[in-house]
Design a protein around this ligand. Structure first.
Ligand SMILES: [Zn+2]
Length: 243
């Protein structure tokens, strides 16, 4: 109740009526809050710029009974460098889509928030890189408690040279534990997944670009499992990476 102030990233805007939007914001405290931005679809609206997707800003909203209303908004970081590039904004849309789908209202997922900010800041100054995008998605899953192990069988603990990805078990499983598991992954694939989980974003830019395609297939299957197939924004890659 009353006025609340948060800083956070805009992760979704849903049109309401003729001129308003229901906005979802992933806050620096790791929660997803929703508020109505009145008139924010009108050209002259003062709020319009501050509630665009992947704006990082400060938002003051008033909550009483029903939906809170946005009173004031200030842009802290607009990520103009990301917006000027189609592949980079595609990656940013996919990043905020994951936040919208996987962050609950009172989640307190501050590690996930810091990670998505770190990725957007990295994108702001560098070229789009497929392996970095997948590393971000793998780490984002890990920050939410879905850290996957690719060095040992996730079921019996035996060291793995090759195996099958099986997300419900927590990573990859050995031939003996295979069960219903899906995607086969060889030694190079396993070491790629470990590198994507462990190296920092800059460190991944030196890897063989030929690894981008298998890396994307592995992480797509993880994200598909985590979101129950609800993500759509990763489709930008079919345009920019020829998938
Ligand atoms: Zn096993």
């Amino acid at each position: 109740m009353g006025l609340e102030k948060v800083s956070g990233l805009i992760v979704y805007g849903f049109p309401l009526g003729e001129a308003d939007q229901l906005i979802s914001c992933f806050t620096s405290g790791g929660n997803q809050v929703k508020f109505v931005a009145k008139g924010s679809r009108k050209v002259k609206s003062k709020l319009a710029a501050a509630v665009q997707l992947f704006i990082f800003g400060e938002y003051v909203y008033y909550s009483s009974r029903g939906l809170p209303f946005l009173r004031q908004a200030d842009i802290l970081k607009s990520f103009a460098g990301v917006r000027r590039s189609l592949p980079k904004s595609g990656a940013a849309f996919a990043a905020v889509e994951l936040c919208r789908l996987l962050i609950a209202e009172e989640a307190r997922e501050t590690e996930a928030f810091n990670l998505v900010m770190a990725y957007l800041l990295f994108l702001e100054d560098r070229d789009y890189d497929s392996l970095v995008f997948d590393s971000f998605r793998l780490k984002f899953a890990a920050s939410l408690g879905y850290g996957m192990d690719f060095s040992r069988c996730a079921n019996c603990g035996a060291p793995l040279k090759s195996g099958w990805l099986y997300w419900p078990a927590g990573g990859a499983v050995c031939p003996r534990c295979r069960g219903p598991a899906g995607i086969e992954v060889g030694p190079r694939g396993l070491s790629l997944l470990q590198e994507m989980g462990q190296r920092d974003f800059a460190g991944l830019q030196g890897l063989d670009p030929g690894l981008a395609r298998p890396g994307a297939a592995f992480v797509d299957s993880l994200i598909n499992w985590l979101t129950q197939g609800k993500t759509k924004a990763q489709a930008f890659r079919s345009v920019f990476e020829g998938r």
